[in-house]
Design a protein around this ligand. Structure first.
Ligand code: GUN
Ligand code: ZN
Length: 431
């Protein structure tokens, strides 16, 4: 049966980085008609109520209805070691990340963490995540199995590492990485709402042979995305230079092996050379900004203002567990603060767009998710814009929707999330 959800609605008709805040459409008394897992209609509550008298009405009062958040880069296997103290990237990987990822050799552990992960992300209003797995194919099985059972649109891939820079026990080979990735891709890509993503971790943990094998796999499956890391820390950039002395720069280590293309997702992209910036723009690759991670691991300040002005395709992400939060609200706040350090105040419309349609666009799924519009998949969240006393007293003075929204962006967490619909079905409601 059709469901009519009432509340304030926030949608986008265009990219606010290009068209300003007018690219957003706010309806103070709005409604969304959901039918067969999709948004069938959107508009003023009065019009929709009159047009659809048979629909079951769910009144969310003054809650803000938005597309669910989209986290364009995360490591679900790092759920349990989030907020580990005191290291920078390379030491952090060796001390905390790799030992935790080794535990995924146990499929039961992978299943436990996948379940926990989606409980957490949904509680924060995130309805799609593009995650890395571990080297273990079972980490992908666990993630897809759990996402599918919940009806989620979800993306992941087996993380590939075959170089001796990665520890014993957490290495595959060029051959097995190709074979396992191909098998998982053929099994899962396009099943229900799932997408397989070809996933070399990053140049320092792969041999040229492995990068080439994954480049070949991508060429055979150009409809798949490819995700990796790029220029997150200066020590890492120097490491890449020493491992690939013949490469022009970090990006060249991917390009050489067929791992640069329009479906490429490059996490972090902070310490870029002018050539890399130009090349990434030329191929229309996606840059994924991970602000809580960039401060937590001490990586640097992504050039949001410069890169968006130059027309780069940018998504927003938690980078859990390098990132210090599962929340895209917290992630928007960190993006705001980092951009401020570069003297660019991101408008709430820009932040909201990044966490929804911008990330969907980065994942090349913006025709299906990330916005409220007829035909889009009904992944919807209802947010209380006065979820804590501190937020309530700040938003009470608001004269515009942006003033009402910004305290929740800066101070909100899972307490703001009142309801979540996944594919038109309310999470937690009986099937
Ligand atoms: N670079 C390579 N692997 C990782 C990872 O797991 N997290 C982060 N933040 N950076 C990486
Ligand atoms: Zn990452």
């Amino acid at each position: 049966m059709a469901e009519l959800i009432l509340g304030q609605t926030l949608a986008f008709t265009a990219d606010p980085f290009a068209h300003g805040p007018e690219a957003a459409r706010h309806e103070a008394k709005g409604a969304i008609l959901v039918e067969d897992g999709r948004i069938a209609d959107l508009g003023p509550a009065d019009r929709l109520r009159a047009a659809h008298p048979q629909a079951k009405v769910t009144d969310c009062g003054s809650a803000l209805l938005s597309a669910g958040f989209i986290d364009a880069h995360a490591h679900y296997p790092q759920t349990a070691m989030i907020a580990s103290w005191g290291k920078r990237l390379i030491d952090w990987l060796m001390s905390y990340t790799f030992p935790e990822e080794m535990r995924f050799s146990d499929p039961a552990y992978a299943a436990t963490i996948a379940r926990r992960y989606f409980d957490l992300t949904l509680s924060y209003g995130t309805t799609t995540v593009c995650s890395f797995g571990t080297i273990h194919p079972d980490s992908v099985e666990a993630y897809f199995t759990e996402a599918r059972a919940r009806g989620l649109r979800a993306l992941t891939g087996k993380t590939c590492m075959d170089r001796d820079t990665a520890p014993e026990g957490l290495r595959d080979t060029a051959r097995s990485a190709y074979d396992d990735s191909k098998r998982l891709l053929e099994k899962w890509h396009g099943v229900d709402r799932l997408s397989y993503v070809i996933t070399p971790r990053f140049s320092p943990t792969s041999t040229p042979e492995q990068l080439a094998a994954l480049g070949a796999l991508w060429a055979e499956h150009p409809d798949c995305l490819m995700q990796t890391h790029l220029s997150e820390q200066t020590d890492e950039v120097a490491w890449v230079k020493s491992l690939y002395p013949e490469a022009r720069d970090y990006l060249d280590t991917y390009e050489k092996f067929g791992l640069l293309g329009p479906g490429g997702l490059y996490g972090h992209a902070i310490h870029l050379e002018p050539r890399e910036i130009e090349r990434l723009k030329e191929v229309d690759a996606s840059l994924i900004h991970c602000p809580t991670s960039n401060t937590f691991i001490g990586s640097g300040i992504f050039d949001m203002g410069g890169l968006t002005a130059a027309g780069h395709r940018v998504g927003l992400a938690t980078d859990t567990g390098g990132g210090s939060s599962f929340s895209m609200l917290r992630t928007m706040a960190a993006a705001y603060e980092l951009a401020q350090l570069r003297h660019r105040a991101l408008h709430p419309a820009e932040l909201w767009w990044l966490a929804t349609q911008g990330s969907a666009r980065a994942l090349r799924l913006d025709d299906r998710i990330g916005n409220l519009a007829p035909g889009m998949e009904a992944d919807i969240i209802a947010l209380d814009l006065a979820s804590t006393p501190a937020i309530a007293q700040a938003s009470a003075r608001a004269e515009t929707v942006w003033q009402a929204l910004f305290p929740t962006i800066m101070m909100g967490d899972d307490r703001a999330v009142k309801a979540v619909w996944v594919g038109g079905r309310k999470v937690g409601a009986p099937a």
